[in-house]
Design a protein around this ligand. Sequence first.
Ligand SMILES: Cc1cc2nc3c(=O)[nH]c(=O)nc-3n(C[C@H](O)[C@H](O)[C@H](O)COP(=O)(O)O)c2cc1C
Length: 171
Amino acid sequence: MQTWEAIRSRRDVRSFEDRQIADDHLDEILESGRRSPSSQNWQPWDFILVRQRDQLLQLSHVWRGAGHVAQAAAAIALIAPVPVDERQRDRLQYDLGQATMSIMLAAASLGVGSGHSSVGDQDLARTVLGLPGDKFCAYLISLGYPAGRPLTLIRRPDRRPFDEVVHRDRW
Ligand SMILES: Cc1cc2nc3c(=O)[nH]c(=O)nc-3n(C[C@H](O)[C@H](O)[C@H](O)COP(=O)(O)O)c2cc1C
């Protein structure tokens, strides 16, 4: 799938087939995250690839919106340093957003669905993932083949209208 097609096909997937993702495809998805740009090339992220069902089940309890992690074929935990101040926190969030989108588009280009989850219970995430004290789990990304509905072009995306969003030259 080409980039433009992947952009138009990606959606948040929360229900997955019971089917593994090939290792080389997982590596391609992770490599896409690693190649993401970041503020001053800081690369604040580490990625933990989780495939064990018991770990995925436990991680599905870190947030009320994390239920989809339980049945995913895999999840990528986005790990980041605990920010020292507001400025660093803001840079971090922007950088993590870039990595997330690269990961999701790489997944979509392989026909693999992905879904975001926030992380509320940091203690649980820390225990399941064995994180050191100076790191936290910023987000989880579920990965798997979408159940029932493969990724196909979304003709009418649930988004604000183009002409409302796009401004030319001035507000
Ligand atoms: C920062 C962020 C946090 C999100 N957290 C969750 C979450 O905890 N659980 C979930 O199911 N979806 C989560 N989402 C997914 C959004 O709900 C989703 O991207 C949005 O509804 C648009 O969906 P679509 O891309 O499928 O159209 C999150 C998205 C972002 C960008």
